[in-house]
Ligand binder design. Structure first.
Ligand SMILES: *[C@@H]1O[C@H](CO)[C@@H](O)[C@H](O)[C@H]1NC(C)=O
Ligand SMILES: *[C@@H]1O[C@H](CO)[C@@H](O)[C@H](O)[C@H]1NC(C)=O
Ligand SMILES: *[C@@H]1O[C@H](CO)[C@@H](O)[C@H](O)[C@H]1NC(C)=O
Ligand SMILES: *[C@@H]1O[C@H](CO)[C@@H](O)[C@H](O)[C@H]1NC(C)=O
Ligand SMILES: *[C@@H]1O[C@H](CO)[C@@H](O)[C@H](O)[C@H]1NC(C)=O
Ligand SMILES: *[C@@H]1O[C@H](CO)[C@@H](O)[C@H](O)[C@H]1NC(C)=O
Ligand SMILES: *[C@@H]1O[C@H](CO)[C@@H](O)[C@H](O)[C@H]1NC(C)=O
Length: 574
């Protein structure tokens, strides 16, 4: 389907490029949290990779032939030898990838922060993985660079020299960020030249400037250095420099910042930055960047979807400087170009009856790297079976939890659970999940006397105010609210629903046999403000967004009680 679309599309695209058409709601092109996009074109195929933090597998690879319809084709880090997220804190893990292609090989640079603490101020070593067939989902093990930093970017100069360019700090005490670079041996990742500071950004050079996300391009014999700066919040922005070599010296674009919605906090898209650009076969240029859609005007509290990926046209002014989105603020609409109509957000429905059995849809994630499989689609055909382990959702480990990103602020998640717990430690259910310290669960658990009676447990966990510093969040860094609602049967299936709108979520359930369940009215046990999914502990990171999930836990003890889920349904729009 994508191939035939391509044939129809390109002639239209080229002819229409001079018209001033409005393409509705094209953005975000990757709805749901997809921060730090990097884009690449090889032939007629475009690829985007984004960040995944403590989720496994890491770094989704999306494919498109028309820049509008994107298909998730796999993940670059999908084996424990590539990504061993054991005990990794929330929002550490796999950061900002860079996707590049050279001489038949795809390269994905990444930085994985396995740990962080307030005292440990150094960054880990970045690395790259490679593949010659990006559709195979088979990538190499990491090849590590020497330097400490993040947002690594590979650039091949015309003379064959390979540059690594990244964001790092001057030393562990001042912690002033800058763009560093060296030449490397692309077979080993080893340094060939010392790391040099090549740029300090356009903002005052102090610890809050945060120049990062560098990308080097060679366009018409001129080298360009595109960076993000201003920090990852509302001041996030993109600026560009140019020079005679991949290392500068840099001439500042007088139009900088070339992407910055933070000058007008009423604009519907905010936090814009971390851009990457790509040239279409027709010669035109396009860019991708991250942006946030705050749901309350003038109030940034409701950003539970996190940072999503946006597309915009790139043109060049008469002086050779790139102009992002025709100089207009990044928006959910794109003006000045014509693109295919974007398919409306569609319902995701998985009845777990796939004949390809143990193959999961690749949009599902685990929390951290599973020690061993805890799920099966074959043990009880037609059901997703989760075997509970000792970890619960707030534990900084790998609970029996399967997640899928929320894709729209207004979205309904629904599943049906078949579960007969035998104790008050045995629990399975559904969650709307941000991280260890922000998740909201509605589950089924057993009673204290083990007689087979069951309760709905509704558990809201949100960060307490005024905690930190980051990573030192301790057991009292969250506020938990729990309610119990008795179920009337010991064995009937239980439908669990989570309904999100722009500013709140509601959790509900119904109980009944498979034949009558759909007719049973939902009982809502909690409604809460989604600010609790948008504000992290003071000084902590907020890099991800919300996901829906299903889980089975022994709450500190291994559990032998399987939890069987009949389907997974996500309906954008409610
Ligand atoms: C390109 O790849 C081929 C095959 O791997 C190799 O023989 C050749 O040396 C490479 N060329 C460059 C310029 O790296
Ligand atoms: C950095 O400089 C900017 C602009 O002068 C200022 O607003 C900010 O507070 C400074 N940050 C630090 C950490 O000194
Ligand atoms: C590159 O140079 C060609 C020829 O001068 C010109 O047509 C084209 O617009 C330039 N492209 C960019 C991106 O500056
Ligand atoms: C800021 O954005 C809002 C919403 O698009 C718009 O109504 C307003 O005119 C803008 N303000 C300025 C100063 O551009
Ligand atoms: C669970 O049940 C046991 C008795 O079997 C009781 O001692 C314990 O307090 C109960 N725990 C909770 C959290 O209800
Ligand atoms: C967290 O613990 C500290 C020290 O033990 C205590 O002073 C503080 O009141 C606690 N905060 C909460 C929200 O329980
Ligand atoms: C969202 O849902 C809550 C709870 O049902 C409701 O109070 C609120 O009005 C809804 N907001 C919108 C924008 O629909």
């Amino acid at each position: 389907m994508l191939q035939s679309h391509l044939r129809v599309f390109w002639p239209i695209f080229i002819l229409a490029s001079m018209t001033l058409a409005l393409t509705d709601s094209i953005n975000p092109i990757l709805p749901g949290w997809n921060p730090d996009p990097t884009i690449l074109r090889v032939g007629s195929d475009y690829f985007i990779a984004t960040s995944t933090f403590e989720y496994f597998p890491g770094h989704p690879i999306y494919h498109s032939t028309n820049l509008v319809d994107w298909e998730l084709i796999g993940h670059a880090l999908n084996k424990p030898s590539q990504l061993s997220l054991f005990g990794t804190p929330s929002d550490a893990g796999a950061w900002a990838p860079g996707l590049r292609y050279h001489n038949g090989t795809f390269y994905l640079t990444s930085t994985v922060r396995y740990v962080y603490t307030y005292e440990l101020r150094l960054f880990p070593r970045s690395f790259f993985v490679t593949t010659t067939d990006i559709f195979s989902n088979e990538w190499s093990d990491p090849v590590y660079f020497d330097a400490l930093g993040y947002d690594a970017d590979l650039f091949w100069d015309i003379n064959g020299d390979v540059y690594n360019t990244w964001s790092g700090i001057n030393n562990a005490i001042d912690k002033i960020y800058g763009i560093y670079q060296n030449k490397i041996d692309i077979t080993t990742g080893n340094s060939l030249t010392p790391a040099e500071l090549i740029f300090t950004g356009t903002l005052p050079d102090n610890s809050s400037a945060r120049p990062e996300g560098p990308h080097i391009y060679l366009i018409n014999s001129t080298y360009y250095l595109l960076i993000a700066e201003g920090g990852s919040g509302p001041a996030h922005q993109s600026t560009i420099q140019r020079g005679p070599s991949p290392s500068g010296p840099w001439e500042n674009n007088p139009a900088n910042p070339i992407l910055f919605n933070g000058a007008n906090l009423s604009l519907p898209v905010q936090y814009t930055g971390h851009a990457d650009i790509v040239q279409a076969p027709s010669g035109e240029w396009w860019g991708v960047a991250l942006g946030v859609r705050p749901q309350t005007e003038g109030d940034f509290d409701h950003i539970q979807l996190g940072r999503e990926t946006f597309l915009f046209p790139v043109t060049f002014d008469s002086d050779g400087w790139p102009v992002f989105n025709h100089g207009l603020p990044l928006s959910t609409e794109i003006t000045g170009v014509e693109l295919p109509d974007k398919a409306h957000l569609s319902t995701f429905y998985d009845d777990f009856s796939s004949s390809s059995s143990s193959i999961f849809d690749n949009s599902y994630y685990f929390l951290r790297t599973p020690y061993k499989p805890f799920h099966s689609l074959t043990t009880r055909p037609g059901f997703l079976r989760l075997l509970g382990n000792a970890y619960a959702l707030g534990d900084r480990d790998s609970p029996a939890l399967i997640l899928r990103k929320q894709t729209s602020y207004a979205e309904r998640f629904e599943t049906v659970l078949d579960f007969m717990p035998n104790s008050n430690l045995t629990e399975a259910g559904a969650t709307v999940f941000y991280g260890d310290f922000a998740h909201n669960d509605i589950g089924v658990m057993g009673g204290a006397n083990g007689g087979g009676e069951r309760f709905i447990v509704t558990r809201l966990i949100r960060p307490a105010e005024q905690v930190g510093p980051w990573a030192l969040t301790t057991t009292n860094s969250t506020v938990t609210t729990i309610t119990y609602t008795p179920l009337s049967t010991k064995s009937d299936p239980v439908k669990l629903v989570i309904v999100g709108n722009s500013t709140s979520y509601s959790l509900g359930f119904s109980e009944g046999t498979y034949t009558d369940l759909d007719a049973v009215e939902i009982t809502y046990t909690a409604t809460f403000d989604s600010v609790s999914m948008s504000v992290m502990p003071v000084n902590d990171f907020f890099f991800k967004g919300a996901s829906f999930g299903v889980y089975n836990t022994g709450n500190g003890r291994p559990s032998l009680t399987p939890a069987d889920f009949k389907y997974w349904k996500q309906v954008p729009g409610g």
